[in-house]
Design a protein around this ligand. Structure first.
Ligand code: HEC
Ligand code: HEC
Length: 274
């Protein structure tokens, strides 16, 4: 009886905590912070890996600026480490776009050679680059990894499609998602044009995909190449040119955000060098 009363009061306490959460503007789940190694915590399903990449880029930029600006001797190893991480992430993201850009050209070459199988294969590889990035950047929930899926995998059973809870929180409706939907539409159309072998229409769909891919690849190259320059300068302890490299690098971040990120986010623009 005592136990029941205790449990009841615990429930009431839980309810109160849950109610309190309604006032929380961040919509944080109403529960105590999980221990770092809490094995029952599966909330990581809802974390966008794209945002995680972005947040790390932001942290890296700020560390580099903090370590390099001012009159004092820069903390060189801090700049080297940050630049290395920025370069790796920019290479990963930019690599998918560069691959998509290149494959658009190959599909056109195949089409002009009347190579239907080649064109169709290259288009599939192009689509795999889109999805390669999605597997790397979407939240597991957006990839339909549900608690049921996970339980199945833990029991060595394949996922049953469509079973279990659905992700009720899709990614925010920002310009990037609209751009993605358009890409998807053009990719579908391109697949249809290959099937029906309508070459002029195929080329025009591919050109739309290529333009976007080229822009994104270029932005990531701007970020990555200048991170590489920062790494080089900090390795040889040269202060000259660091500020310019940092400015050029972060112009890639700011440039892409202006086109794709939508409304102002509190955490987004890296610190200025000064
Ligand atoms: C460098 C990474 C990357 C590449 C390359 C990429 N995408 Fe995406 N895509 C994303 C991200 C990030 C989202 C948004 C998901 C999120 O916010 O968690 C997304 C979302 C989407 C969505 C879902 C939109 C919605 O509202 O549900 C579609 C469809 C899509 N992309 C199609 C494509 C197509 C087609 C290509 C290739 C031509 C492509 N993407 C290339 C990263 C990428
Ligand atoms: C090619 C495009 C692109 C480039 C380059 C880019 N970003 Fe982003 N970034 C985005 C998009 C799109 C979002 C919005 C993601 C969302 O809300 O789902 C974003 C969001 C962010 C956010 C907010 C994440 C959050 O928690 O909401 C930060 C921080 C950020 N970017 C930092 C950076 C930094 C720093 C760089 C450069 C070193 C950079 N980004 C380069 C496209 C880009």
């Amino acid at each position: 009886m005592k136990l029941a009363a205790f449990l009841l009061s615990l429930c009431v306490a839980c309810l109160l905590v849950a109610c309190g959460a309604g006032d929380n503007t961040d919509n944080a789940p109403a529960k105590p912070a999980a221990s770092l190694d809490d094995q029952s915590d599966r909330d990581w399903r809802f974390r966008s890996q794209y945002k995680a990449h972005m947040r790390h880029l932001w942290i890296d930029c700020n560390r580099a600026a903090g370590a390099g600006r001012g009159e004092l001797e820069p903390t060189w190893h801090e700049i080297r480490a940050s630049a290395t991480d920025i370069s790796a992430r920019a290479t990963l993201m930019g690599g998918y776009w560069a691959d998509i850009e290149a494959r658009c050209a190959t599909v056109v070459e195949c089409a002009e050679d009347h190579d239907r199988i080649g064109a169709s294969d290259e288009l599939k590889a192009l689509g795999a680059s889109c999805d390669g990035c999605h597997l790397a950047t979407w939240s597991p929930a957006f990839l339909h990894v549900t608690l049921d899926t996970m339980d199945g995998w833990l029991k060595n059973q394949p996922a049953k499609p469509g079973v279990g809870e659905v992700d009720t929180e899709p990614p925010p409706a920002i310009p990037n998602r609209e751009a993605m939907k358009e890409l998807w539409f053009h990719l579908q159309m391109a697949e249809m044009r290959v099937e029906q072998w309508q070459l002029e229409d195929l080329k025009s769909e591919l050109e739309k995909i290529r333009t976007v891919a080229a822009q994104r690849a270029h932005l990531w190259r701007t970020v990555g190449d200048n991170a590489g320059l920062l790494l080089k300068l900090s390795t040889s302890r040269k202060r000259d040119g660091m500020k310019q490299a940092y400015l050029a690098m972060t112009s890639g971040c700011v440039g892409c955000h202006a086109q794709t990120a939508g409304g102002e986010r509190q955490v987004m623009t890296p610190m200025p060098w000064e």
